[in-house]
Design a protein around this ligand. Structure first.
Ligand code: ATP
Length: 631
């Protein structure tokens, strides 16, 4: 019944202790209420004057008001606790999404993550608010009431005691059924969210290929499945609640009937009979309240497990799981807030034998120091040693034994056939993912490129840079919101955006991106390049096929603007278009996740090895001609 995940929340033990105290107060006040009422009633039955009952009436009122006060105190305490935990979880979740977003969206899907961040956290809050007090009430209240019932009427005490474990057993059995149904419903909701977002994103493609109606039917079918599972879960919930109610009512009736018979034959006095009769419904009330909300809170329970898992706070995988997975992410150090600010050891350094096979538990507990990364300069160096990477859930590594080093403001080209691992290598260099084995050294010290110290000085420019729903100015000054108009205008000129901006109705203040004015692929690239240009602190540029979908004329024009931007910076440039390699200082040739050749472009071209073969194979698609021009 008690969800262990709750204990992973800060202050959960203290909150449970406070709730136990509230439950205890509630139980004692209930006893006070019952005793006052039973006394007054017994006295009146015995012919005592009405006015003499004033102390009992006052006692009853005091207990009644006290009980309302306890409920109010408990609710407000929990309100604060639940909303503080929900805020922390939302904060933690969002920071994890911003830090490991690309990896997580690939794993779980955008729609699922959106619903987790929006609805999921609300469900967790409701879950904490509803279930924690109900749980302590179920445990504490019946126990306290039994302590009072037994001495006064042991027969009723025995009936209540015998019935209670059956009720709990029944609840546990139903709980399992409901849990499975709710887990299925929760999973289905994630599928539905992903399906919906995916359909919206791919609407153009679906329309173009005449598949939008079929896709609409798919979304309908998924929604229907979700509806059916929801109805099934509700059926289980309603039925179980009703059965539990009947069970509790029958037990109550049994105690009442027994009391009635014994009252008539004189084996029990009126006061204990009244007292027990008043307390019995209170004895079963916590169980009924728990059962009534149990099903409603299951989504929150699933969401809590999910949030903790995504935010990296979930239960640690077993040794076996860890060994089975070659991919072990860099994990925040103890006390870390997960922002990546703290130094934490790259998992690679902790893996034995360089294959990432050491147990995850060892890795979580290991605390090797990781150096801070200094701002990149002409004297800096970066070395990858035996680096490998396996995507989560992938059976094969995408990168193996990657080793190279770069010094100062070098321009490094990364080439290879489609699927060879260029983007994966860039993702590691951008700090989007941690190597699963091997080590990364900056200036000779182990580092995690996941840390802000690296990310803060790197710019990642993919094939389709993301244009935010914001003004042109905001999009360009993304890394430096304080950039002056003059600086933005200068960047616009340098990147060939002048004409485009002049053509916009509100110039730099025109809204672009989704829901605003659309921009072409080339314009998006220029905006992304302006972002890097406007922030001189960004001395590391990571290009992932930035011109792959541009026509040759646009590419050549853009190239003439990009090359000056690369000067005085460390550049990694992954591309299929080999003419760029003539402008690089060093080239890495990747095949099936391994670097098969590296060297200066001229040496590689002369060597007649993998690079020369690749150039031969790519003739006609912007091949390498040794002079930096496409042919
Ligand atoms: N999210 C992922 N999960 C599992 N495997 C992946 C994932 N992304 C890429 N891969 C696999 O990793 C390998 C390398 O992919 P990567 O995208 O790095 O290649 P690439 O050289 O950049 O290809 P391209 O030139 O087509 O972009 C491929 O086999 C690919 O299928």
């Amino acid at each position: 019944m008690l969800d262990k995940a709750i204990f992973q929340l800060p202050g959960a033990r203290r909150a449970l202790a406070a709730l136990v105290a509230f439950s205890l107060a509630r139980a004692l006040l209930t006893v006070g209420q019952a005793a006052s009422l039973a006394s007054a009633f017994t006295n009146l039955w015995g012919g005592a004057p009405v006015f003499d009952q004033a102390p009992f009436v006052i006692g009853f009122l005091v207990c009644f008001i006290g009980r309302q006060g306890v409920t109010w105190g408990q609710d407000s305490y929990l309100e604060k606790f639940a909303s503080a935990r929900a805020d922390e979880l939302r904060d933690r979740l969002l920071r994890t999404l911003f830090s490991r977003g690309t990896e997580l969206t690939a794993q779980r899907g955008t729609g699922d993550l959106c619903s987790l961040a929006l609805e999921g956290i609300d469900q967790v809050e409701t879950y904490l608010r509803l279930m924690m007090p109900k749980l302590t009430n179920v445990i504490v209240v019946p126990l306290v009431l039994l302590v009072w019932i037994f001495p006064l009427d042991w027969v009723s005490g025995v009936i209540a005691l015998v019935v209670f474990p059956f009720i709990i057993l029944y609840m546990v059995m139903l709980g399992y059924t409901a849990k499975n149904e709710a887990a299925r419903r929760y999973r289905e909701f994630g599928v539905l969210s992903n399906h919906f977002v995916d359909s919206l994103r791919g609407l153009d493609t679906l329309k173009f290929f005449g598949r939008s109606k079929a896709r609409g039917r798919d979304v309908f079918a998924t929604s229907e499945r979700f509806r059916e599972i929801t109805m099934k879960t509700l059926r289980v919930a309603t039925l179980s609640g009703a059965v539990l109610d009947v069970f509790a009512t029958l037990s109550l009736a049994a105690i009442a009937i027994m009391l009635g018979f014994r009252l008539v034959d004189g084996s029990v006095a009126l006061f204990p009979a009244m007292f027990v009769l008043i307390l019995t419904p209170e004895y079963f009330r916590p169980v009924r309240e728990f059962a009534a909300d149990y099903h409603a809170s299951l989504d929150g329970k699933n969401a809590l497990a999910d949030v903790l898992d995504v935010a990296g706070l979930g239960p640690e995988p077993s040794e076996g799981e860890a060994k089975g997975a070659q991919c072990v992410e860099g994990l925040p150090a103890e006390g870390s807030d997960g922002s990546g600010d703290e130094a934490h050891a790259p998992a690679a350094l902790l893996a034995e034998g360089g294959d990432g096979s050491k147990g995850i538990a060892d890795i979580r507990t290991a605390r090797l120091p990781v150096s801070a990364i200094a701002p990149w300069s002409a004297e800096s160096s970066l070395a990858l040693e035996g680096v490998g990477y396996t995507y989560p859930r992938a059976s094969q590594p995408s990168l193996c034994d990657i080793a190279f080093d770069v010094h100062g403001c070098a321009k490094v080209g990364i080439v290879g056939l489609s699927g060879s691992g260029k983007s994966t290598l860039l993702r590691l260099l951008a700090g989007f993912a941690e190597p699963t084995c091997g080590a990364i050294l900056a200036d000779g010290s182990p580092v995690s490129l996941h840390a802000d110290g690296w990310r803060g000085q790197a710019t990642y420019i993919p094939q389709d840079p993301y244009i935010f729903h914001a003004t042109v100015r905001e999009n360009m000054a993304f890394y430096r919101p304080d950039a002056s108009d003059e600086e933005i205008q200068a960047a616009a000129c340098a990147m060939g955006l002048r004409e485009f901006i002049d053509s916009l109705p509100q110039g730099l203040d025109t809204l672009i991106g989704e829901g605003g004015r659309a921009v072409s692929g080339g314009q998006a690239q220029r905006i992304a390049l302006s972002r890097a240009l406007l922030d001189p602190a960004r001395r590391i540029l990571l290009f992932d096929e930035p011109t792959a979908h541009l026509d040759v004329e646009t590419e050549m024009e853009l190239k003439s603007r990009m090359l000056p931007l690369m000067e005085g910076r460390l550049v990694f440039f992954a591309t299929h278009r080999l003419h760029w390699m003539a402008n690089m200082d060093w080239v890495l040739v990747v095949e099936s996740g391994r670097i098969v050749e590296q060297g200066s472009p001229q040496d590689l071209a002369a060597a007649g090895g993998a690079f020369a073969r690749l150039a031969e194979r790519m003739k006609g698609s912007g091949a390498f001609n040794g002079e930096g021009g496409a042919r």
